[in-house]
Design a protein around this ligand. Structure first.
Ligand SMILES: *Cc1c(COP(=O)(O)O)cnc(C)c1O
Length: 432
């Protein structure tokens, strides 16, 4: 977040056609070439090393994001091969290494504080576990995240990781985090840093796999290309859209929502109006505020910062906001209820022989078999075994998750008050 309350964006969006024409590159090399355009703090050699390290945790480093063809025109981009089995590893492995780099340059410790409803927390924890002079405090709602997601955070065995189960909802956890970050004196004294979904490094890291996907497509399946993106905070799909503005040839993006259909209503009706949050079978998409939408709005309004901040102020007040000229644009949208998720999992398995996780299943809504389409698979199905069992009566397992079951969870229970969390941080943070 920028000091004026807005969100950082790149100074300019370069034309990356030459990077696209290169053809398939090993993933860390592609990422390094892409980041060299934006990062002028590090030398090219340092960027190469950062990318090599960040994607070394993926089993197939060279092809960290494999593209799987499931029908003549239909492909799945598998983004769940990272250490926590969801796409957030692409951003957060790199963010973890950038924090490490910053700590060694400045000599100052970092205390990361965040709230999670599932995948962000585990990916942030994995990106920073065992890093020296960094501690991670992640708040999550007690009893409201899946057992495996909780184990991913509480069974790391890393002494710099502090999961905190809050007696309250995800919103309570997030509000506590916001309040602590809002206390500038405490934030500075405690060297607090954030890793949430508005972090621009995460967005840029996600641009890379759109290029990687395009480079893997057969030449005759590249036009007109559609990307289907299961969406919550609008981060992942924004990354794709930015890549298209940098000259990746994409016909359209399908914003695939669950029953929390804020973005579906926006892109079909032109109106941004938060509704009431409902808990779905795709919990990482359960949002009623799409934080990264602000970045899209800025570009959509022709870079008019004043108009953007006026509209965002109205969005934050909870009033409905009409967004002009969204149709016809690069976005279309779908919405999938919980029953639809179960039905889509079944249909994907029966029609394509492919088993999607409940989030990815939202991307299987209304696929057009006549045009080249890439569906982003955002998590591994084994992260959500109950839903998979309900949908197709099958067991979905992954060895990394099985291994967690043997470990002893370590967590701290706190009441959902700012004071309790602040006291706990005072006792446990690294001081500069
Ligand atoms: C975070 C997440 C999403 C939503 O991504 P956004 O960038 O917030 O739109 C979708 N699926 C899974 C599995 C996730 O973890």
């Amino acid at each position: 977040m920028a000091p004026d309350g807005g969100l950082y964006i790149p100074e300019s969006l370069p034309d990356i056609s030459s990077l696209i024409r290169e053809g398939p590159l090993p993933y860390p090399e592609l990422a390094a070439r892409f980041f060299r355009i934006f990062d002028d703090d590090h030398s090219p050699g340092e960027i190469d090393a950062l990318m090599a390290r960040s994607y070394s945790t993926f089993p197939d480093v060279e092809n960290a994001a494999p593209l799987v063809q499931i029908a003549d025109n239909t492909f799945v981009l598998e983004l769940f091969h990272g250490p926590t089995l969801a796409f957030k590893d692409f951003g957060l492995q790199l963010v973890g290494n950038l924090f490490e780099d910053q700590i060694s340059r400045t000599g100052m410790p970092v205390n990361v504080l965040g709230a999670t409803s599932g995948d962000t927390g585990s990916a942030a924890i994995n990106g920073l576990s065992h890093k020296e002079n960094a501690r991670v405090f992640i708040l999550y709602p007690q009893g409201r995240i899946s057992e495996l997601q909780e184990r991913q955070m509480t069974c790391t065995g890393a002494r710099n990781i502090f999961p905190i189960a809050i007696d309250g909802s995800f919103d309570d956890a997030q509000n506590i985090v916001k309040e602590l970050f809002g206390d500038l004196e405490f934030k500075a004294r405690a060297n607090l840093s954030a890793v949430n979904s508005i972090n621009l490094v995460r967005i840029l890291a996600q641009c890379v796999y759109y290029i990687h996907a395009f480079n893997q497509l057969p030449e005759n399946k590249r036009e007109p290309l559609h990307f289907v993106v299961p969406t919550g905070n609008f981060g992942n799909v924004l990354a794709g859209w930015l890549t298209a503005r940098m000259a990746l040839p994409v016909e359209s993006f399908v914003v695939a929502t669950n029953q929390n259909d804020l973005l579906y209503r926006l892109f079909t009706g032109g109106r941004y109006q938060p509704g009431r949050l409902s808990h779905s079978l795709a919990p990482s998409m359960d949002i009623q505020v799409a934080s990264n939408f602000e970045r899209f709005l800025h570009y959509h309004l022709g870079g008019n910062g004043n108009q953007t901040s006026r509209l965002m102020a109205r969005v934050k007040s909870g009033d409905p906001v009409e967004v002009p000229d969204l149709q016809p644009g690069k976005f279309t949208a779908t919405r999938t209820t919980d029953n639809g998720i179960l039905r889509n999992i079944r249909a994907a398995r029966d029609n394509f022989g492919y088993l999607p996780d409940p989030h990815t299943a939202c991307g299987f809504e209304d696929i057009n078999p006549a045009v080249p389409t890439v569906i982003l698979a955002t998590a591994h199905p084994a992260k959500f075994p109950e839903t998979i069992r309900k949908a197709v009566d099958e067991q979905s397992i992954h060895p990394a998750l099985e291994a967690l079951k043997a470990r002893q969870p370590v967590t701290t229970n706190l009441p959902a008050t700012c004071g309790a969390v602040r006291d706990y941080l005072e006792e446990n943070i690294l001081k500069g």
